[in-house]
Design a binder for this molecule. Structure first.
Ligand SMILES: [Zn+2]
Ligand SMILES: [Zn+2]
Length: 412
């Protein structure tokens, strides 16, 4: 009999840890950081002392949860799923969505003076890359999903007698059309894949429930694209923030720039590294020398040379500095428009919108906040259940409202 244990994340957004015991096989899906706990114990001037302390307060998984694991599978690289690899107490194989993305991020973590230096692995942990639609030595298959981090996978474990689907974080609509999604992810997304492979029977589904009970108006990627198009029409300069792993959103912005004959300029090292890995970007970006400090194949420009007719991509943390620098250099257009993409859920990343907005209004910059969720909306749950058709049971994770979820399912 297979046992599915949700050891963390059953009652919180993020910090997922799923342990599946199936005879002599033990599989772990995600081993994330509990940011809800982190924010209760730490602040700008109170910092973690190390892995032991983080385990004690419950922000990192307990060592015994890993016992006997045949493999640890990471659905995507948000830290509430990837977790701190240095917390893994024993020799194990960890399968990551992308080695190249991990290595770029590792460089940053290793050099960090903060707790982020705890994220890289210890020497005895072996890393390997997930490949779409391949079933590995543990009978685990990764199936691409659309999410605000690239690449992102749902994971299927084909067990001895029963099969389990773990969705990871996902939405069911993407910023990319089907062909483009396939080209960038190496296969169709989860729901399309299941529809075309009806012989795959799933007994259990562990589904994320981030937006369950959320009253935010549901905006799909297609609708978000329309809004951004409307806002950016005929503007001379646009500054847009995005998360450094959000390839789909970056791709959408670059397509709009191409359509409007605007030059894409990147003002973030992480983002430039990510865009390098994307084949056939709709327009060739330039990078701003002062903000991108590594050898990139992209053409370089400088703050002083940023002209009108540009769309500048920058991280949320750097946007205020960038605006100030552009202003000082005389490169800030009077027609500049800022589009801030809200990170979500807010608990995953500290957000200081009011601080940023105050700077914009002081400098006379028109700005809007937009949020196309990386997670499916509640009204789509039925569609998902109809397509996955779990035969035995549904479990929810990555939610603050598990009770509401089960009420919706009709099992109290
Ligand atoms: Zn998450
Ligand atoms: Zn995520």
């Amino acid at each position: 009999m297979m046992e599915i244990k949700i050891l963390s994340g059953a009652n919180s957004i993020g910090g997922n840890f799923v342990r599946i015991e199936d005879g002599d096989k033990t599989i772990i899906f995600d081993q994330g950081i509990r940011f809800d706990i982190m924010s209760r114990f730490y602040s700008g001037f109170i910092a973690p002392r190390g892995v032991a302390e983080l385990r004690n307060i419950g922000a990192l998984p307990k060592p015994e949860w890993y016992e006997g694991a045949n493999g640890i599978y990471i659905s995507h690289m948000h830290l509430d799923h990837l977790g701190a690899l240095s917390n893994i107490p024993q020799e194990t194989k960890v399968k990551l969505p992308s080695m190249a993305v991990y290595e770029d991020m590792e460089e940053k973590w290793v050099a960090s003076p903060t707790w982020l230096s705890l994220i890289p692995r210890k020497y005895y942990v072996e890393l390997d890359e997930l490949k779409p639609l391949q079933t590995d030595e543990n009978n685990v298959m990764a199936v691409p999903v659309s999410h605000s981090a690239f690449p992102a996978y749902a994971l299927i474990y084909f067990g001895k007698n029963e099969n389990v689907l773990y969705t990871g974080d996902f939405r069911i609509e993407s910023f990319l059309d089907r062909d483009l999604f396939r080209e960038i992810n190496g296969s169709d997304d989860l729901l399309t894949f299941l529809e075309e492979n009806k012989d795959i029977k799933l007994d259990f589904m562990i589904i994320e429930g981030t937006n369950i009970g959320s009253d935010r108006i549901p905006i799909t990627p297609v609708e978000a694209t329309k809004i951004v198009k409307k806002l950016t029409k005929n503007r001379k300069q646009i500054v847009a923030t995005l998360h450094s792993l959000d390839v789909e959103y970056a791709y959408m912005l670059a397509s709009i720039a191409e359509e409007m004959k605007m030059q894409v300029v990147v003002a973030s090292t992480q983002l430039a590294k990510l865009l390098e890995k994307i084949p056939n970007m709709p327009s060739k970006p330039q990078v701003i020398d002062e903000y991108v400090d590594y050898l990139t194949p992209f053409e370089k420009t400088t703050i002083a040379n940023v002209k009108e007719k540009t769309l500048i991509l920058v991280s949320y943390r750097e946007i205020v500095d960038l605006i100030k620098d552009l202003n000082m250099a005389g490169s800030l257009s009077k027609d500049c428009l800022a589009i801030i993409s809200e990170p979500e859920p807010q608990i995953e990343e500290g957000s200081e919108y009011t601080v940023i907005t105050n700077w914009f209004s002081t400098m006379g910059i028109e700005s809007y906040r937009i949020r196309a969720s990386g997670h499916y909306y509640q009204y789509k749950l039925k569609t998902i259940l109809d397509k996955v058709k779990p035969r035995k049971d549904v479990k929810v994770i990555h939610t603050e409202k598990p009770k509401l979820f089960f009420k919706i399912l009709g099992k109290n």
